[in-house]
Each structure stands twice: as structure tokens, then as C-alpha cells.
Design a protein around this ligand. Structure first.
Ligand code: BJ8
Length: 435
């Protein structure tokens, strides 16, 4: 891939040596974590291909699209409404935030005790290794947690095209009005960027494309309720991660294809792990590519992950946008309705999230919940304590894991996960790598 795309990466201003190093680490991690799994569905071949070309062919497609007039909008958060971007014939992509990079450079502009996700976004920019941020015509920041909000002031000095969207902190009428006003402003900004006026038919089309993508993911989630699980949590997470990069129509088709295969597996009672394997729900901070550490630890410790209460997972994809409206105002209102339901921990208070975790535990028949908090992520770390207390009180065993993107604590986390599985009564023989 290196030589084929070298000119393209050079043109984007990437540091070729550093980028090469990143791809090598990524490729090795992918090989060790994903390709080493057994009984993977055939449909994962497509996602393997996407991952092998995530900095290659997909970026080329975006650049080809730009030459034909399709703008690229980069985002860090599921509050950025893709429907509006699609309505203007532009493409939305998630920006790189899942690995440590250029830490020394990052710590010159951000405090050391900033969450790994934010530091990662800066590391990819400062280390010149993210082709997506360099391809983006507009980078959308959102005022969610304090870390992101304040770091966008710094990011604004590093990129020429940052657009910051304000977001409410409370699920109140005033909060909803703020979100509506911000989405109206965002629509206008996208129209200015693209030169396209968004009318009702265009917005309807945008909504349909994004709804279809979510519908396919919801179908996948539904299939993960089966025991034995027809797909590993790692592979399901990967599909959820690709959601943010791939062409939405092709992605929808590919997810539906793998779901056909998984349906067959469920019918035949076939699974990727033996029936009765302990079922875990992972809840908490989002996991962007290549943040696979915790799921890998969980699934090599004798459990299967059956759902993610996360923005790279069900928090990000569970609700659809009502497409029945016929006017632009009705459709914009439907978008506000849909996004206002996202129960990110930046909201205060945030009881819906706890209820959602409970609901998911029941629906996916989870034996336990593993709460994933990134160190220095105040919203999720603070919320994890009442979440744990409340789940435990209602008989749902919960383990809180606070970590970052380094590999230093792998053994320590593995020991804790294994002890957790033992605590919830998983026989010692299944808490090993052989099953
Ligand atoms: S809607 S979860 S994608 S904000 S991990 S940067 S919260 S300190 S990512 Fe998020 Fe949107 Fe919410 Fe979802 Fe801050 Fe925490 Fe870091 Fe975080």
C-alpha cells in the first residue's frame, strides 16, 4: 500500500515515515487481534479489506469525490448530524482518535492529564498521520465535555477550518431549543461550504441514507442476542467503527450481507464461541479505531461481548430519525428529536443512560457489565460510580475499568477481568484462552 498511495499522502502533507510506522503497528495489531480469531463470519472479509485500505482506498475515494465537488466534513462526535451533511452531497467521516501518537508534541499544547481520546486527536494532527483530518474541508468540534470544549480553542490554532457547535448540558426545553438553533446554524454552514441549498427532498434523502445505515447495525445488534453468539464482540465493534469511515450505502449493504450469514448461523445454532460462554456488556467511553485493548482482553479471558453501550455502539445508533415529515422544518425538527435523545454523560442529570444500560443488560442477557472509562474523562468516570452502585444493587455484576490507550496495564486489567468472571460464577475452566 505504501508506494501506491505515497503521492496521495505526500499531497496531504503527511509525515511519510511516521505514517508508515503507524500503519505497521496498525497492521500488526489487526493481525494479532482480529485475524487470529477462529470461526469468523465470511462477511468479515469485507471489513478486513476496509481496514487494510482505511488510509488508502477510502481516502482516495474521498479525494476523488472532492474533485467532483463533494466536500468532506470531519467529526469527533455522534452529535454531528450526518443527515444534514449527506443532504448537501457531502461526506462525513470520523476523525482519528483511537491511539497514542506524538505524545511529546501533544503535551506541549495540552496538559498531560487530558483524556486519551482528545490527546490522540491532537497526536494524529501534530504527528501528521491522519489523512482524514487533512482531507476535511470542515472539521466540526462540539462543546461537549470541558476537555473537548477547551481543546478546540487550541485546535483552532492548528487547523484552518474548525467549526465549533455548541451543545446543551441539560435535557430541558431550553436545552432542546439550543440544539435546534445549533443544528440550524450547522445546516447554514454546510450550505455555505458546499454551495448546495438543503431543501426537504434533499434532507429526506439524507435521513433515509443514515437511517438505513443504523437499521443495518440494529439488525446486527439483534443477532448478537443469540446464544451462542454468532459473531465476536471484537468483530461487531469493528463494524461499528467502520460505520464512521465507509461509504454509507456500501456499508449498509455489507452489514446486511453479514447479517444474512449470521441469521443462518443463529438458525443452525452455530456460534463463534461455545454456547453458554459468559456474556458481557461494555459500557462507557467510545472506542475508536484502533482502540481494541479492552475488548481483546475480555474476549481472550473467556467471555463474549454481546453489546456496547457506547457512541461507537448502541448509544450512537439506536434511535432513528423520523422521515415522515414533508417540510424542511418538520424534518429538521425530527433530527433535533433524534439527537436530543443521545444520553452522553455530558448531560446532567443523566438518568436515561442508566436505564439504557439496564435495558441492554436484559435484552442481551448479559451476565455482567464492564464499564470502560478513559482516564481523565470526568463525565464518564464520575458517572461510572453511581452506575456501578445502581447496577450491583439490582443484581447486575459490574466491573469498572479506567484506562488509556497504552498497553502498560494489559496484564493488570486481564487479572481484574478474570477475577470478575470468577466472581460472577464462571467456572475456572472457561476463564482461559482455550475455550
Ligand atoms: S456524544 S461520548 S462522542 S462527547 S472520553 S472527549 S467525553 S473526556 S468522547 Fe463523546 Fe460525543 Fe459524548 Fe459520544 Fe470528553 Fe470523556 Fe474524553 Fe470523550
Amino acid at each position: 500500500m505504501t508506494t501506491e498511495y505515497e503521492q496521495m499522502w505526500k499531497g496531504l502533507g503527511l509525515d511519510l515515515a511516521a505514517h508508515d510506522e503507524l500503519l505497521q503497528v496498525l497492521g500488526k495489531g489487526y493481525q494479532d487481534i482480529f485475524l487470529s480469531q477462529s470461526d469468523r463470519p465470511k462477511g468479515m472479509d469485507y471489513f478486513n479489506f476496509v481496514m487494510s485500505e482505511v488510509h488508502g482506498l477510502r481516502v482516495k475515494e474521498l479525494l476523488d469525490g472532492k474533485r467532483e465537488g463533494h466536500k468532506v466534513v470531519g467529526s469527533f462526535c455522534v452529535f454531528v448530524p450526518e443527515e444534514i451533511v449527506r443532504a448537501a452531497d457531502a461526506t462525513m467521516v470520523g476523525l482519528c482518535t483511537g491511539a497514542e501518537f506524538a505524545t511529546e508534541e501533544v503535551e506541549k499544547v495540552l496538559p498531560r492529564n487530558t483524556c486519551a481520546l482528545i490527546k490522540s486527536a491532537f497526536g494524529f494532527k501534530l504527528g501528521k498521520v491522519c489523512p482524514y483530518i487533512e482531507s476535511a474541508d470542515m472539521i466540526v468540534g462540539e462543546n461537549t465535555c470541558d476537555g473537548k470544549k477547551k481543546s478546540y480553542e487550541v485546535l483552532d490554532t492548528l487547523v484552518p477550518n474548525l467549526y465549533v457547535m455548541d451543545l446543551p448540558q441539560k435535557k430541558s426545553n431550553e436545552g432542546r431549543a439550543l440544539l435546534r438553533a445549533e443544528y440550524q446554524k450547522f445546516k447554514k454552514a454546510v450550505e455555505e461550504l458546499t454551495g448546495v441549498t438543503i431543501d426537504a427532498p434533499r434532507l429526506k434523502k439524507g435521513i433515509e441514507i443514515v437511517n438505513n445505515k443504523r437499521k443495518a447495525i440494529q439488525r446486527l445488534s439483534e443477532l448478537r442476542k443469540a446464544d451462542p453468539a454468532p459473531i465476536s464482540g471484537l468483530d461487531a465493534l469493528l463494524i461499528n467503527q467502520v460505520f464512521f469511515y465507509d461509504d454509507p450505502i456500501r456499508f449498509t449493504d455489507s452489514v446486511n450481507k453479514i447479517c444474512d450469514e449470521l441469521e443462518e448461523r443463529v438458525r443452525e445454532g452455530k456460534g463463534v464461541f461455545p454456547k453458554g460462554r459468559p456474556r458481557m456488556l461494555v459500557s462507557g467511553c467510545p472506542m475508536a479505531v484502533p482502540n481494541w485493548k479492552l475488548p481483546w482482553i475480555i474476549e481472550t479471558s473467556g467471555a463474549v461481548i454481546v453489546g456496547e453501550e457506547s457512541c461507537v455502539g448502541e448509544r450512537g445508533t439506536r434511535n432513528q430519525t423520523d422521515v415522515s415529515g414533508s417540510t424542511l422544518d418538520e424534518l429538521m425538527e425530527a433530527i433535533v428529536d433524534r439527537y436530543f435523545k443521545i444520553d452522553c454523560a455530558i448531560f446532567t442529570p443523566n438518568p436515561d443512560r442508566l436505564e439504557h444500560i439496564r435495558q441492554m443488560s436484559r435484552d442481551y442477557r448479559a451476565d455482567g457489565v464492564i464499564h470502560y472509562g478513559l482516564q481523565f474523562c470526568q463525565p464518564y468516570q464520575i458517572e461510572s460510580l453511581p452506575v456501578e452502585r445502581s447496577l450491583e444493587k439490582s443484581g447486575i455484576p459490574t466491573l469498572r475499568v479506567d484506562t488509556d490507550y497504552s498497553m502498560e496495564d494489559v496484564e493488570q486489567i486481564k487479572t481484574r477481568v478474570e477475577a470478575f468472571l470468577e466472581r460472577i460464577g464462571i467456572p475456572a475452566c472457561s476463564v482461559c484462552r482455550c475455550s
